[in-house]
Design a protein around this ligand. Structure first.
Ligand SMILES: Nc1ncnc2c1ncn2[C@@H]1O[C@H](COP(=O)(O)OP(=O)(O)OP(=O)(O)O)[C@@H](O)[C@H]1O
Ligand SMILES: [Mg+2]
Length: 539
């Protein structure tokens, strides 16, 4: 029963909507983790009505800076000020009470709950009643969502939401709790180009309604196209902070155009010139087919078709890029290749030999079959890097050293493997004894990649290999992928980053509704690829 003397959750924050957001300030803030200084003497001001981009290399301290502002971490020295008043105590509750909300780098949603349940989860006033008034919550969320034009079906089970929808749910969750300062940590890393545009439209709308917005991103085109202010961090310190020309004027002929701004920001991020971008190796015209996918069919838990007659071949030394709106079968394709997802139809061949095939409508769901098929993929040199590194790739509670040789244990020479893998990708901080959970997101991805490609590979399947990785490290990974192809492996590269697909692939295929819907040359424009992804006729 609800307590009549306590305000309903919905009333608590009601009056904040449309209110001007707070000005947030880090004043000479330093944050240490033991001997490591994650953020050093940082001054940063976020203003209401503005979209502020926070950029910098992996491990530069971006997430830490946002966490300081959101009360998730306490500064070791210096102060966090909200409208010139000290954030004290420095806790998420206090920050939320001052209308500051954070959307984390990795989603914090419970899959088995509905969207609306996730929304109210941990929302203190509601929980205090011991009963969740989901109907009222849904109604209020719906209204807030409409105002911010965040389109979402709140009754759906979270597991079935697309990544873009999860992202909207996370934003709705902080708005629901009355946030007027919204700090987003790499919100676009998981989004397709169309969703990125949508997200920034939402953020712009919120900013024009007075909200204070900060976005961490590795994609500089977003800074150029959408943001008002930019701060560049390097090794915990600020190296540049400035207001940008208004986004619209940048598309005309301003003093500095988008390309020049991007180049200048890249230099600030890296402290110098970036290494050159990798190119796909020359492809022999008579190269043998290595990976052959015939009429693949995979069914989702809800009975819908995740892969629906997908056929594709990749030759030795060839890099085939796979573009598509998230949720069109990319994840299941990678999982099927790894032997994790049973086929209900079709077959996967490696250099002509049958690797996986359908075993009847239900047979493949038995777990015994699955672990055998996973082992088989690996034994044949088919290496898959999954997109969800926390779920499918890393043991966050184990050391970086253990993670670097995960799956290779017993193979001998682990120590040397750790050292060479670690060095090749310049994992930071340079300490293999640390827990994987203590690494920044991009450095976690470097660990995943370092382990994956240091072996005999006949076919390499990569899902979002540089998601969350900084410009410099992304190029290191690109060179490594090109090298694997040059040694004769077939490479299937699934990525939401069209620039990445274009620069590394020999050709681009578009996956849509579980099948290959189009094939395009790498010279195709973003727009042409985007239209194919959405199933629109070519212009
Ligand atoms: N809980 C923690 N314990 C120990 N070290 C940490 C912890 N959190 C962050 N660090 C370290 O602090 C530094 C800054 O990390 P942070 O996550 O802020 O980087 P980032 O700029 O967000 O990087 P990325 O782009 O990879 O997400 C890194 O060296 C990281 O390893
Ligand atoms: Mg981060």
């Amino acid at each position: 029963m609800s307590d009549p003397d306590r305000p309903e959750a919905s009333e608590l924050d009601e009056n904040r909507e449309g209110q001007e957001g707070p000005q947030l300030r880090l004043e000479a803030a330093t944050r240490r983790f033991g001997a490591l200084v994650a953020v050093r003497d940082l001054n940063l001001t976020l203003r209401p009505g503005r979209l502020h981009a926070l950029i910098g290399e992996n491990g530069a301290g971006k997430s830490t800076a946002l966490k300081l502002l959101a009360g998730h971490l306490e500064p070791s020295e210096g102060r966090v000020l909200v409208d010139d008043e000290l954030l004290s105590p420095a806790t998420p509750q206090e920050a939320m009470g001052r209308s500051i909300g954070m959307v984390h780098q990795h989603f914090m949603l419970v899959d088995a709950f509905t969207a609306v349940e996730n929304l109210v989860l941990g929302s203190e006033p509601t929980a205090a009643f011991g009963r969740l008034d989901l109907e009222a919550a849904a109604e209020r969320a719906h209204r807030i969502g409409r105002q911010a034009r965040l389109d979402l079906d709140l009754q759906r089970i979270t597991e079935q939401l697309s990544v873009g929808e999860r992202q909207r749910l996370e934003i709705l969750r902080v708005l629901y709790r009355g946030a007027r300062a919204i700090l987003l940590d790499e919100p676009t890393a998981v989004l397709s180009p169309v969703e990125v545009d949508e997200l920034y439209r939402t953020l712009r709308r919120l900013a024009s309604q007075g909200a204070t917005i900060a976005v961490v991103t590795h994609r500089l085109d977003e800074v150029v196209r959408f943001c008002d202010d930019v701060t560049v961090m390097r090794r915990g310190e600020q190296v540049l902070s400035e207001a940008l020309a208004t986004p619209t004027s940048r598309t005309k002929e301003p003093a500095e155009n988008g390309a020049q701004l991007t180049a200048r920001l890249t230099r600030a991020i890296m402290g110098g010139e970036p290494p050159p971008e990798a190119e796909p190796p020359d492809l022999a015209s008579n190269a043998d087919i290595v990976l052959q996918l015939d009429d693949l069919q995979v069914v989702r838990a809800n009975g819908s078709m995740a892969l629906d007659g997908l056929s594709l071949t990749v030759a030795a030394g060839e890099v085939v890029g796979v573009a598509g709106v998230e949720g069109n079968g990319q994840r299941e394709l990678a999982r099927a290749l790894a032997g994790l997802e049973p086929l209900v139809g079709g077959s996967i061949r490696l250099s002509g030999d049958l690797l996986h095939h359908a075993v009847g409508p239900d047979g493949g769901r038995r777990t015994g079959d699955r672990s055998a098929s996973v082992r088989q993929s690996r034994a044949r040199g088919l290496v898959v890097v999954h997109e969800d590194r926390h779920r499918d790739e890393l043991l966050l509670g184990a050391s970086v050293a253990d993670n670097l040789v995960l799956g290779d244990l017993g193979a001998g020479a682990e120590a040397e493997a750790v050292t060479s893998r670690f060095a090749r990708f310049d994992v930071h901080p340079p300490d293999t004894g640390r827990n994987a959970s203590e690494l920044s997101g991009g450095n976690q991805q470097k660990v995943v990649m370092a382990r994956a490609i240091d072996r005999d590979i006949s076919a390499l399947v990569l899902a979002q290999p540089t998601r969350g990785v900084d410009v410099g490290a992304a190029r290191v990974i690109h060179h490594a992928i090109a090298e694997v192809a040059a040694q004769g492996a077939a490479v299937l590269l699934v990525s939401a980053d069209l620039a990445e697909l274009r620069s590394l692939s020999h050709r681009i295929v578009v996956i849509r509704r579980g099948t290959i819907a189009a094939e395009l040359p790498t010279t195709a424009s973003d727009e042409a690829i985007g239209r194919a992804m959405l199933g629109m006729e070519a212009a």
